[in-house]
Design a protein around this ligand. Structure first.
Ligand code: GLT
Ligand code: MN
Ligand code: MN
Length: 378
């Protein structure tokens, strides 16, 4: 891989990784950690070396929940120094409202108002941290905002509490004079049996019921859409259509499986191609953010193979998008499809109806051309 290769990432490509992604220790419900703790102070230089633009983080990926104020300030100062040394950015910060047992019945939707208040206060501190690090986006993933026993919590109450919590956070952002926006990340299930607001569509509808809808958008994740059996490209397109694509989590997932967080573009090659095409064709200019995990089979070296490959894959798909536009056969197939859709009689009488009933659209040909492009046959 030469430095001039179009597959070599550079900060201008805007690639970011959650500290929790390369830092994932391979723990799963059936097995313990297989890798050691990776300090944020190591992650920043390593990702810089590979060509990333920056990192994102949960409050507790950087500052342990138990840290004193003085410890917190020291940790943040050290982190800021390393970011500066390596010209790395933190465009997005989020809050961990799912790991601590206190959130076992939800955070913003906990039945206990004391827990809800604690969650709001914790999120406000994470917002302050984001502001200190220059983040423009604050992501909220409601990992524990859900239920197994609907008899115990009326979902209408839960949605109301969810709304109150987000309103309080946006109000805080505005009152502090921060320019940060909030991006809500939907997921259908895991770790709860059912999560509230499971899809981009449900998030979008919910956003319009908030006090400051203009400050809130979505952070779709490919894997989460697939877990819901949906087409992630269509989910992201809907967010773009509503000017609500504030951030994105790139990864991969096989449908009908547990939450896999696979490396971007490693499983569904066609899906990844159409997603990159959508992003590159749109005016989304936010981070290309990876939210995936190295396989549990990997050691410390495998973690960086994972990071390198995530960015290289995105660039490879981007190359394919360019080839798609430069390929004369593909372009004439598209031209043919355009004219097959334009020329023809109107449908006001039986003759016109029959004409259109018999019309073929030649999508088979185009689809095979795209398949062969992706297989490297063109
Ligand atoms: C967690 C989850 C992700 C979210 C992160 C942000 S944390 O790993 O699986 O989808 O984006 O809270
Ligand atoms: Mn995610
Ligand atoms: Mn996920």
């Amino acid at each position: 891989m030469s430095i001039h290769s179009p597959l070599t990432p550079s900060p201008a490509d805007g690639f970011t990784f959650g500290l929790w992604t390369v830092g994932n220790r391979g723990r799963d419900p059936f097995g313990d950690a297989v890798r050691g703790v990776l300090s944020p102070l190591t992650v920043v230089p390593e990702l810089h070396k590979l060509g990333a633009y920056g990192v994102s983080l949960h409050d507790n990926d950087l500052v342990p929940m138990s840290a004193s104020l003085a410890e917190r300030d020291r940790i943040v100062r050290e982190f800021q120094a390393v970011l500066k040394d390596y010209h790395m950015h933190v465009p997005m910060v989020t809050v961990n409202l799912f790991y601590d047992p206190v959130f076992k019945d939800g955070a913003l939707t906990a039945r206990a108002s004391q827990v809800r208040q604690f969650a709001v206060d914790k999120a406000k501190k994470a917002i302050d941290l984001g502001e200190e690090l220059g983040a423009e986006i604050f992501v909220l993933w409601g990992g524990r905002e859900g239920a197994e026993v609907d008899a115990a919590k009326d979902p209408r109450d839960a949605l109301g509490w969810y709304r109150d919590g987000i309103n309080a956070l946006v109000e805080y952002i505005v009152s502090q004079g921060y320019s940060m926006c909030v991006a809500l990340e939907p997921k259908p299930n895991e770790p709860r049996g059912d999560l509230y607001l499971p899809t981009v569509g449900s998030m979008l509808a919910f956003i319009h019921t908030l006090d400051h809808p203009e400050k809130v958008g979505v952070n779709p994740e490919i894997a989460h859409a697939k877990m819901a059996g949906l087409n992630p490209v269509h989910e992201v397109a809907q967010a773009i259509d509503q000017n609500k694509l504030f951030h994105i989590d790139l990864n991969d997932q096989r449908i009908a499986r547990f939450d896999q967080d696979l490396r971007f573009g490693s499983d569904d090659i066609k899906g990844a191609f159409y997603l990159v095409k959508l992003l590159e064709d749109s005016d989304y200019n936010g981070p290309r953010h990876f939210d995936a995990h190295p396989y549990r089979s990997e050691d410390a070296k495998g973690v960086w193979d994972f990071a390198r490959a995530s960015m290289r894959s995105y660039l490879a798909y981007r190359e394919k998008v360019q080839q798609f536009y430069q390929d004369s056969e593909i372009q004439s197939a598209l031209e043919r499809i355009r004219s097959l859709n334009q020329e023809g009689p109107d449908l006001g009488n039986e003759e016109g109806l029959n004409w259109w009933r018999e019309r073929g659209y030649a999508y088979e040909e185009l689809d095979q051309l795209v398949t062969e492009l992706l297989l490297g046959l063109r």
